[in-house]
Design a protein around this ligand. Structure first.
Ligand code: FAD
Length: 324
């Protein structure tokens, strides 16, 4: 059966959707593309820190009074807080000001912040600064200066929501990718599990390290090889360790996580990326998180480490292959 491909720009990156369907007509494609765009645009409206009129920026500008949030924003913040607690604060959406001051947010700062500035910012960030009241449907900041950044979880959420919309419209076999986070449902056009490539974390080229079969599961990868810049010869990663306020500097080049929810996989991948190749791997093993680590041992040379549940999951699915 054919697969219909729909792509487009969103959230400063792109989405790619493959739907198993016999209908390859232009009208059908346009209709489906409009539906996908509706879903990703509504999430952008709510969760983009690049748009002053977004729901999250309205919250970020507000004070410490309870903020009546949309169901979507509440669901994402609640899951973010759960992952923060699970990872001892390694994942932390209140890192907004730290992300900004290192030059990865909308302000585009270029100077390396001094120790005092960092200490002050670390003192006012922390996921405990943010209260979620699910009954009342409100978010509340403990400190006015708290600013949240959902860049490490909302793309996964967007993939989940596009997938739900496709299933609801009668297309249960599809693959949704938003900014590298993938949600695979059902089978591909050859009635096989979707085959998803994990990139080799080399700064230059885009080669594949591993291809894995994915059916009714999601995969997210967090890495320091794409979104970084060099400053005085040092690689500044966009992933910040909330405990130090500094970009991560260990040698974990990328970590991929499989989970039923793409939102959760997205957040866990960033959290393990913060914790690094040892502490991150230990936590993933302890928590039975299917995770695949690529540790840089020399320039463009990587050591693979996978948790037991990752190996079990992949070995039991037909079609996994390493691409050397
Ligand atoms: P991930 O590892 O998934 O996320 C890393 C990002 O998460 C960092 O960039 C930082 O923002 C944040 N982060 C860093 N450390 C932590 C931590 N310890 N805990 C939690 N979060 C952390 N980019 C643009 O250039 N233009 C846009 O218009 C734009 N719009 C966006 C709209 C939305 C709704 C979202 C969610 C993101 C948008 N982005 C935009 C950002 C961009 O899409 C990516 O999210 C960003 O590049 C990081 O995604 P990643 O997969 O590369 O890294």
């Amino acid at each position: 059966v054919d697969e219909l491909l729909i792509s487009g720009p969103t959230m400063g990156t792109t989405f790619n959707v493959k739907v198993v369907t016999d209908d390859q007509s232009e009208g059908f494609r346009e209709d489906l593309e409009e539906k996908v765009r509706e879903v990703v645009d509504s999430i952008d409206d709510r969760m983009s820190t690049y748009r002053p009129d977004s729901e999250i920026e309205t919250f970020n500008r507000g004070g410490t009074e309870p903020f009546l949030a949309s169901r979507e924003l509440l669901a994402v913040v609640e899951e973010a807080q759960r992952v923060s607690r699970l990872t001892g604060g390694a994942f932390d959406i209140t890192v907004g000001p730290l992300v900004d001051i290192w030059g990865f947010g909308p302000s585009g700062a270029t100077e390396t912040p001094d120790d005092e500035t960092l200490r002050d910012l670390v003192a006012v960030t922390g996921f405990e600064q943010l209260e979620v009241d699910v009954e009342r449907g409100t978010l509340r900041k403990v400190r006015e200066s708290c600013r949240i950044d959902l860049s490490a979880i909302a793309k996964g959420f967007a993939a989940d929501r596009v997938s739900e919309a496709l299933t609801l419209r009668g297309f249960p076999n599809h693959m949704v990718e938003v900014g590298g986070e993938v949600c695979a449902r059902g089978f591909n056009g050859s009635w096989q599990p979707w085959r998803i490539g994990i990139e080799r974390p080399t700064a230059g080229g885009r080669s594949v390290q591993l291809v894995i079969p994915l059916a009714d599961l999601s995969l997210a990868t967090s890495g320091d090889y794409r979104n970084f810049f060099e400053r005085d010869g040092v690689r500044i990663s966009h992933t910040i360790d909330p405990r130090t306020g500094r970009p991560i500097s260990h040698n974990l080049a990328s970590v991929s996580v499989i989970h039923a929810s793409c939102m959760t996989a997205d957040a866990l991948a960033t959290a393990l990326g913060v914790l690094g190749p040892e502490a991150g791997f230990d936590l993933a093993e302890q928590q039975d998180i299917p995770a695949y680590f690529l540790v840089r041992v020399a320039d463009n040379v990587f050591e693979e480490k996978e948790t037991g549940v990752w190996s079990a999951l992949i070995e039991n699915s037909p079609g996994a292959e390493s691409v050397d």
